[in-house]
Design a protein around this ligand. Structure first.
Ligand code: EPU
Length: 432
């Protein structure tokens, strides 16, 4: 098992270049499956989840070649299988994105159901209902979703659950509908930047999509798409993680290649806590306060609300605040796993249903802790940077799923940590 040994860090200073987005790139890789030809995707992050998705595409017979670091050529002229291997779907929930393109392009998809996840129950019923509304016959016995539309998909009105405006279902249904006959509308569509980027990519390839960035998407099916060149958006969760790292460890850090517009809610909450955040084009400067942070409440919500993926980082900041903060997690029902570990570092956190009541303490102390998913792992690193003494984080491999060169980037701005393998093979899976 991989362990990360993190020491209290002197104030962080310098600059960090943000990589391409994990959750923005995975849908682009799936969308490239709709194109009978070559597509070039730039700013592809070098992370484990992208690697898993590329293995998935290759297992379906699609050619994927890196022309240079971060620049990927995908040739989906031939797709020779509609069966997604279970060992890849179980590693990463995002691989379920292949269902929509397989159905749209081949009229058939067999994709194992992704199953449970440590951050909460994560069904795919909205995706399935969307495929059925487009005319597919779906059977999900024996743990596999088998969708068939031998005479093609037909546009329809699809109404997603307004409580969540599911990111995954919006993308999967949009991918399936792009080559369908007729017009599809998706109501209560997600408007996360990653969904917008996927829609823009599809449009650049010839898809007819209106309402991009809104909660109603209208997709007029086209017969085929043409290959294009498209850059993945910067990872707003990586940027947010470095913003919180600076706020927690102290210091003055500049983030390069970010879209500050994607982080408006996060910037607002950090400013409320007393952190100085300056925006300048595609750069952000974060200047931590020398005082403890002020307590700030958050409620996670679909974009443009506060992102669930940064809730753990906010929990760490709140743990050191001068008063009590209330966090409300509305997206995933088990995303407070990290708080038990923070409590081992001296945090005072009580969970009641969707709420975390966090009473700030003057100082956290290093302790052995265990990460349960990629965002929990990042939050524990942030806690460790600001804690007294050394923290040993088990399951550090989770960081590699979503953060390119995380430790190297933190080292470059003054953080001190080292990764080791303790020789124990126990590893947890989380389907982020
Ligand atoms: N939901 C259903 N049925 C469905 C789909 C979703 O009940 O068919 C529920 C989920 O259980 C959840 C809520 O709807 O309670 C929202 O889920 P959503 O579909 O929006 O999430 P997702 O597409 O599975 C993506 C990101 C997550 C991110 C969420 C929310 C990817 C690969 N994953 O998941 O990212 O937290 O949107 O923004 O894009 C991460 O990066 O660490 C991560 C977990």
């Amino acid at each position: 098992m991989q362990q990360l040994l993190v020491s209290n860090s002197t104030p962080l200073t310098g600059s960090v270049t943000i990589s391409g987005s994990k959750n923005g790139t995975l849908p682009l890789l799936a969308a490239a499956m709709l194109i009978e030809g070559e597509t070039i995707i730039e700013n592809v992050p070098d992370i484990h989840d992208v690697d898993t998705m590329l293995q998935m595409l290759q297992a379906l017979g699609i050619e994927c070649i890196f022309l240079q670091p971060g620049v990927l050529k995908i040739d989906a002229t031939d797709i020779n299988s509609c069966q997604a291997p279970y060992h890849l779907v179980r590693q990463m929930r995002g691989s379920f994105y292949v269902a929509g393109p397989l159905l749209g392009r081949l009229g058939e998809a067999q994709v194992p159901l992704p199953g449970g996840c440590v951050i909460g129950s994560r069904p795919v019923d909205f995706h399935v209902a969307g495929f059925e509304a487009l005319g597919a016959r779906v059977d999900d016995t024996y743990g596999i979703m088998r969708a068939q539309a031998p005479s093609g998909l037909h546009g329809n009105r699809i109404y997603l659950d307004p409580r969540w405006r599911s990111v995954g279902a919006t993308i999967n249904v949009m991918l399936a509908a792009t080559l369908a006959k007729g017009t599809t509308t998706i109501e209560n569509a997600s408007c996360e930047p990653e969904v917008v980027a996927c829609s823009q990519f599809l449009k650049q390839c010839g898809a007819q999509i209106e309402g991009v960035g809104s909660n109603i998407l209208t997709i007029r099916g086209v017969e085929k798409l043409e290959g294009t060149r498209f850059a993945s958006i910067p990872d707003r969760m990586e940027a947010g993680t470095f913003m919180y790292a600076t706020a927690i460890a102290g210091g003055d850090v500049r983030l390069k290649r970010v879209y500050p517009d994607h982080l408006v809610m996060v910037i607002d909450r950090l400013r409320e806590a007393g952190v100085r955040v300056e925006t300048d084009g595609d750069q952000l400067r974060i200047i931590a306060s020398s005082d403890r942070p002020r307590p700030v409440d958050i409620t996670t919500a679909p974009y443009p609300g506060f992102p669930t993926d940064l809730q753990p980082a906010h929990g760490v900041l709140a743990a050191r605040a001068t008063g009590t903060s209330v966090l409300e997690e509305t997206i995933f029902d088990a995303r407070y796993n990290y708080t038990d570990e923070l409590a081992r570092m001296g945090a005072d956190i009580r969970i009641t249903g969707q709420l975390a009541i966090v009473k700030g303490v003057p100082q956290l102390t290093g302790a052995p802790v265990e990460a349960t998913d990629v965002r929990a792992a990042a939050a524990l690193v942030l806690a460790a940077l600001g804690a007294e003494g050394q923290t040993v984080i088990d399951n550090a491999h989770f960081l590699d799923r979503g953060y390119q060169n995380f430790e190297a980037k933190l080292h470059a701005i003054g953080a001190s940590m080292v990764r080791q393998d303790d020789g124990n093979s126990k590893e947890l899976l989380c389907l982020a």
